[in-house]
Write a protein that binds this ligand. Structure first.
Ligand code: CO
Length: 358
């Protein structure tokens, strides 16, 4: 495995459901300390400051470190663990998946189960099982056994999805590419910027609690008070069988996605164009998204800070996002890092103040 694969493996495999980001935060703090001065906001977002040739403009990079997951809501007397979801799950992708319950006594592995098919009526069998009818099975037969293992109500539960390099070596399978892939783009670009002059101060922020409502974005942007912001995300694509032409428009391996429109955020247009033009100039492939995207982005909170922050979202296309088994492509990762480092070198005082001349 090369450096990027090692980083992606390490970041995706760390636990960090919303509000319980400790494991992944520790990792990111360790990496960011090599690159600048590291602080945090009071919700737990990590902020790394690296001053270049000028204190201003302040350029915020943001990637969320939390992943979707679960929390123990109840332990039944027969020894099954009921759960609440943290973030947006599609119930179809849950059954039969492995999880780890993070307890004070250590990790407790289990799987997600539901009433078995041979005991369902024909009507029940044709319906999707709702997550409220599922449970986690840790192989116990009584509540006492579950408690003995260390499991308590409100313990966080992390999906299990091993990082695997797929056939051909260019695409990767794992849980949590949303948004550890964005964290890895941010880290890799920051590493590259340590040997490149930049006319600004970079503030790389790993935010918390994005998946439950952009909460770390809201608090970290107030701490950072940026002049401009680039959000690094993972975005779901539909380049798979059974999807029509429009749904297939964004494809794995065709470059990172610049969001031109979302329901919750319209990017700063000159900044958006700076990304597209920089990509064109350096022959970096990019894709453009302008459709009705469900879900949120930290950008939605960040661009509304103060009197407004010029903001753009740059995402890696990911298949089966928000599942235990997502797929991303290395070409998209490399192109995102190239584009980001190209843009960061251009964000000087004049360029950034030009973004908001009306
Ligand atoms: Co995300």
């Amino acid at each position: 495995m090369d450096e990027v694969q090692v980083l992606l493996k390490e970041l995706t495999q760390a636990g960090g459901v919303p509000g319980h980001e400790d494991d992944v935060r520790r990792l990111l703090q360790g990496h960011l300390r090599q690159l600048g001065e590291v602080g945090h906001d009071k919700l737990g977002s990590v902020i790394c400051t690296k001053q270049g040739e000028s204190a201003e403009p302040r350029v915020m990079l943001a990637a969320h470190m939390d992943e979707i997951g679960f929390m123990v809501s109840h332990i039944t007397k027969d020894g099954f663990v009921r759960f609440a979801t943290l973030g947006g799950w599609w119930d179809h992708v849950l059954l039969g998946q492995r999880v780890v319950i993070k307890t004070k006594k250590g990790d407790v592995p289990g799987t997600i189960g539901a009433k078995p098919p041979h005991l369902l009526s024909d009507e029940e069998r044709s319906k999707m099982v709702a997550n409220k009818d599922m449970y986690m099975d840790i192989g116990a037969t009584s509540r006492e056994e579950v408690e003995e293992a260390g499991v308590r109500v409100a313990d966080p539960i992390v999906p299990v999805g091993e990082f695997t390099v797929l056939a051909g070596g260019r695409s990767y399978l794992s849980k949590a590419f949303d948004d550890r892939a964005g964290c890895a783009v941010m880290l890799t670009a920051m590493r590259r910027m340590s040997s490149i002059a930049h006319p600004n101060t970079l503030l790389a922020v790993a935010t918390v609690q994005e998946e439950v409502g952009l909460r770390g974005a809201r608090t970290s942007v107030q701490t950072v008070n940026p002049d401009v912001a680039i959000i690094l995300e993972a975005t779901g694509v539909g380049d798979v069988p059974g999807v029509g032409e429009e749904g297939q428009a964004l494809r794995l391996g065709r470059g990172p996605v610049i969001t031109f429109y979302r329901q919750d955020m319209i990017p700063n247009l000159p900044l958006r164009d700076l990304l597209r033009d920089t990509a064109e100039k350096h022959d970096i492939p990019v894709q453009i998204r302008a459709d009705r995207i469900r879900g949120g982005t930290d950008g939605a909170a960040i661009h509304l800070h103060g009197s407004g922050v010029p903001t753009v979202v740059l995402s890696l296309p990911v298949r089966y996002v928000h599942s235990h088994s997502s797929i991303m492509h290395r070409a998209d990762f490399d192109a995102a890092v190239d584009l980001l480092t190209g843009v960061l070198q251009q964000l000087d005082r004049k360029t950034v103040s030009g973004l908001t001349e009306w």
